[in-house]
Design a protein around this ligand. Structure first.
Ligand SMILES: N[C@@H](CCC(=O)NCCCC(=O)O)C(=O)O
Length: 261
C-alpha cells in the first residue's frame, strides 16, 4: 500500500510577469517516492479551507522548508527586518492544517520552516535571526558556500535526547546535520517536547507530546542527504511506516464510523 502524502507548497513568482505559482522543491517529491514509499500530492497554499477537504484523503503530511519566514503576527513577534521574505498564503494554509492534522491523527513530518510552523501553530514563538543572539552560531547558508554543497554538507553536531525518535533510529545520541536557517524556536509550544539540540542550545527536533500518531519536526534538511545519510533515510522510512499504519487503522474504523452515523 502506497500512502498518499501531502506536501505543502509555497507561493512563488514565476516568469517575466512574476505570476504567483504554488511550488515545492523536487527534493520532497523524490523523498516521498523514495524512502517514504508513498505517492506525493502537492498542497496549494489555498488557505484554511483546504484542511477539512484534504485531510480525510491524506495518509500523511510533510511541511516543507522554504526561504520565506512565518509572519511574526502569528506569534506576536516584532516585525521582520525590511526585505525578509514572507509567504502569507502559506502561513494561512499550514498553521490551521497542522492543528487539524494533529487533532485527526494524520502523521506529519515538519522540516525547517515546517518545524517552525509546527511550533507557532501550537502556540510557540520564534527568534528571527539567531546568529545575532549572544552565544549562538550561524545556522544560515553561508554566503561563501555554493547552495548545492551546503544542502548536503554537515554544518554542526546535534545532541539527541536518549530514547528519542532520532536517537532510536540513529542508534546513538550525537549526529551531524546540514543547516539552512536564520530563524529558530524561541518559546517552545506547550504541546512540544524538545528532543535534539545544536551545540549553542538551538532546538533542532521536537515531538508533539499528545499526538495520537507520528507528529515530529526537525530543523535540519534530511530530504537533501537521505541517499547518503542513513539517519535521514531511516527517518523518512519510519514516517512512511507510520503513514501506512495510520491509513490501515483509519480504513478499518471507517465501517464502524459509518454504522454509527
Ligand atoms: N526561512 C526559515 C526556514 C529556513 C528553511 O526552511 N530553509 C530552507 C531553504 C530552502 C533551500 O534553500 O533549500 C529560516 O530562515 O529560518
Amino acid at each position: 500500500m502506497k500512502p498518499l502524502i501531502g506536501i505543502s507548497c509555497c507561493v512563488k513568482a514565476f516568469g517575466i510577469f512574476a505570476t504567483p505559482n504554488h511550488a515545492a522543491s523536487d527534493s520532497y517529491v523524490r523523498v516521498v517516492l523514495g524512502p517514504v514509499g508513498g505517492i506525493p500530492v502537492l498542497l496549494p497554499a489555498a488557505g484554511e479551507a483546504l484542511a477539512p477537504g484534504i485531510l480525510p484523503r491524506l495518509d500523511g503530511l510533510i511541511l516543507t522548508g522554504s526561504r520565506s519566514n512565518v509572519c511574526p503576527e502569528h506569534y506576536q513577534g516584532p516585525p521582520h527586518a525590511e526585505g525578509t521574505p514572507e509567504d502569507h498564503a502559506r502561513d494561512a494554509t499550514t498553521l490551521p492544517l497542522i492543528r487539524a492534522a494533529i487533532a485527526a491523527g494524520v502523521p506529519l513530518l515538519a522540516i525547517c520552516r515546517g518545524f517552525q510552523e509546527l511550533n507557532v501553530a501550537l502556540g510557540g514563538s520564534l527568534d528571527q535571526r539567531i546568529q545575532d543572539l549572544p552565544g549562538r552560531i550561524d545556522h544560515s547558508t553561508p554566503s561563501d558556500q555554493r547552495l548545492p554543497r551546503i544542502r548536503v554538507a554537515k554544518a554542526h553536531g546535534v545532541r539527541l535526547q536518549p530514547g528519542s525518535l532520532v536517537a532510536d533510529l540513529a542508534g546513538r545520541t550525537e549526529i551531524a546535520v546540514n543547516s539552512l536557517h536564520n530563524q529558530g524556536i524561541a518559546q517552545l509550544a506547550p504541546r512540544l517536547a524538545a528532543e535534539a539540540w545544536a551545540p549553542d542550545g538551538t532546538i533542532e527536533a521536537v515531538r508533539v507530546k499528545d499526538a495520537p500518531g507520528f507528529a515530529y519536526g526537525v530543523q535540519w534538511h534530511p530530504e537533501y542527504d537521505w541517499e547518503r545519510d542513513a539517519v535521514s533515510r531511516t527517518l523518512f522510512e519510519r514516517f512512511g511506516e507510520a503513514c501506512i499504519a495510520w491509513a490501515r487503522r483509519r480504513d478499518a474504523a471507517a465501517p464502524l464510523a459509518q454504522a454509527a452515523e
